[in-house]
Design a protein around this ligand. Structure first.
Ligand SMILES: Cc1cc2nc3c(=O)[nH]c(=O)nc-3n(C[C@H](O)[C@H](O)[C@H](O)COP(=O)(O)OP(=O)(O)OC[C@H]3O[C@@H](n4cnc5c(N)ncnc54)[C@H](O)[C@@H]3O)c2cc1C
Ligand code: SF4
Length: 475
């Protein structure tokens, strides 16, 4: 541990965001990068606790106190080498992880946790700029062939790990480019797509074969993969969006958040022009239904598209500003989160249920909403409408950001007759094997819609199990 009193002398300092008036005019990343000296000082605040709760809570088990100490001492390369021991893609998590580690940091008790996520991003970016990261070919090739279906963070992590273990990996992706939700869900202002391309280029140079534009279960059958490969990993995400079955749902101008976000990401990528955008918020009053991260991403996108106004509603009550007694440290703090998109100008309302959509000439013109109370009776929380509270929120564009229910079941999963759990996600054992011999699964397709860091952790675990399955089958 470098400086035993660092946390007493140095206050938490975040890199900060680009000025609001500037960033809402483009789709470049909002967050800035702290200079190296300040970053090392921030690392000195890590107390190297006897029980590092940050490490305990990080889904990929990042060795946080170790790399913070090396960072404080200026050993950026050493810090990077510790970081990649546990995390294949710190450049993704360093940008968009909600950082449960910071909620569990001991300094979080005083509301000034170590800037763990930003430190992580700084370490990996230094590694890229100084050339510590180089494409490395495996020492040996086992001759075993693995097919990975889906190139989101889970599929990328499985592929990276198994390629490094010497297996021949082919990664299949139905979209035209790899990345999954990293590329076509998460907006560029949170994660620049150059970051994904840079990593994918490395993986290709290291020997991973990537076949995009290939829908497994349609362009190539699952059975063909079973014939051609020694193992398969399904990492197709949980892409089935939750719908809202109320009167007026069929009106034009009501669409799923993902369709809306993909559209803008494709415009940014130059796939089609802004003039061709068929779901633009420009000049419209926008209503986002769903108070989560996807909804927040819709808010930021609508503001950049020059919406007249943006309202985001959530059926749950407004979260508290500080931890409640039943949500103590070191657990994730269930408190009000204000994203950079919210700061950019949006009205946020809680405890509102959508009763019906209204419109004229087939186009939506608003939503009728009603206040709801959440009643806790004998441990069961139920929603109750508040009489006399119905009102109309005007909107010409309504975005449904209500989460995802399960993976797409048609196609690959039904063709291979893969067993599902009671939420219709892929059922796996601890070894991440599915009901079908030599077929494994990882990521949101198994766990339900979650986080990038959980997808990476799941991909790493699946790779370990597939490697051991292939070694046993070799024996
Ligand atoms: C709008 C939005 C914002 C988010 N923001 C954050 C955030 O800020 N931080 C965070 O941690 N998490 C965030 N998440 C969640 C995170 O993106 C996901 O949890 C994560 O991407 C899941 O990874 P995955 O690899 O399991 O699946 P996905 O990323 O969904 O990738 C699955 C891939 O499989 C492909 N595929 C599907 N079927 C087939 C097939 N039959 N053949 C070939 N390919 C197929 C799909 O095209 C896709 O590319 C966000 C999610 C959304 C929707
Ligand atoms: S991956 Fe997420 S939880 Fe783990 S150290 Fe990084 S920011 Fe924290």
């Amino acid at each position: 541990m470098g400086d035993i009193t660092g946390f007493l002398k140095i206050r938490r300092k975040e890199a900060g965001n680009r000025p609001l008036h500037e960033r809402i005019c483009d789709y470049s990343e909002v967050e800035q990068i702290l200079n190296s000296e300040d970053r090392m000082l921030q690392a000195s605040r890590c107390m190297d606790c006897g029980v590092p709760f940050c490490h305990w809570v990080c889904p990929v088990d990042n060795l946080i106190p170790e790399w913070n100490d090396l960072l404080y001492k200026g050993d950026w390369k050493g810090a990077f080498n510790r970081l990649i021991t546990t995390n294949n893609f710190p450049e993704f998590t360093g940008r968009i992880c909600p950082a449960p580690c910071e909620h569990s940091c001991v300094l979080s008790i005083n509301d000034e946790p170590v800037t763990i996520r930003e430190n992580e991003a700084a370490i990996v970016e230094k590694a890229f700029s100084e050339g510590y990261i180089k494409p490395l070919h495996p020492y040996i090739r086992t001759g075993k062939k693995v097919a990975v279906v889906g190139s989101g963070p889970a599929g990328l992590a499985v592929s990276d790990q198994l390629n490094k273990a010497g297996h021949l990996v082919t990664l299949f992706e139905k979209d035209d480019k790899p990345g999954g939700l990293l590329r076509y869900g998460i907006p560029d202002f949170k994660l620049s797509k150059v970051t994904i391309d840079r990593r994918v280029d490395f993986m290709i140079q290291e020997g991973v074969t990537i076949r995009t534009g290939t829908d497994i279960g349609k362009d190539i059958s699952g059975k063909e993969l079973l014939d051609q490969f020694d193992a398969i990993c399904i990492a197709i995400g949980a892409m089935k969006p939750r719908d809202l079955s109320v009167t007026g749902r069929e009106l034009k101008g009501i669409c799923f958040a993902m369709d809306y976000l993909i559209n803008q990401n494709r415009i940014n990528a130059g796939d089609h022009s802004a003039a061709e955008n068929h779901i633009s918020a420009e000049g419209k009053k926008v209503l986002v239904i769903g108070g989560g991260d996807t909804g927040s991403d819709c808010v930021g996108t609508a503001i950049r598209q020059k919406a007249v106004s943006v309202t985001q509603i959530e059926v749950l009550p407004k979260p508290p500003l500080i931890r409640t007694s039943n949500n103590p440290w070191p657990y994730y703090a269930k408190i009000l989160k204000t994203s950079t998109s919210h700061e950019e100008g949006c009205e946020r309302l809680w405890g509102l249920s959508t009763v019906k959509f209204i419109g004229s000439d087939d186009n939506v013109s608003g939503a009728e909403v009603e206040e709801v109370d959440w009643i806790n009776a004998d441990g069961r929380v139920t929603m109750q409408p508040v009489p006399g509270t119905r009102r109309i929120i005007k909107a010409e564009l309504v975005l449904l950001a209500l989460g995802f229910v399960h993976p797409i079941l048609e196609g690959l999963l039904s063709e291979l007759d893969i067993e599902l759990d009671n939420r219709s996600n892929i059922k796996t054992g601890l070894n991440q094997a599915t009901s079908r011999h030599k077929v494994f699964a990882a990521g949101d397709a198994v766990n339900g819609a979650s986080l990038v860091v959980n997808a990476i952790a799941s991909g790493r675990n699946a790779a370990k199990e597939i490697d051991s399955f292939l070694k046993n089958s070799t024996r």
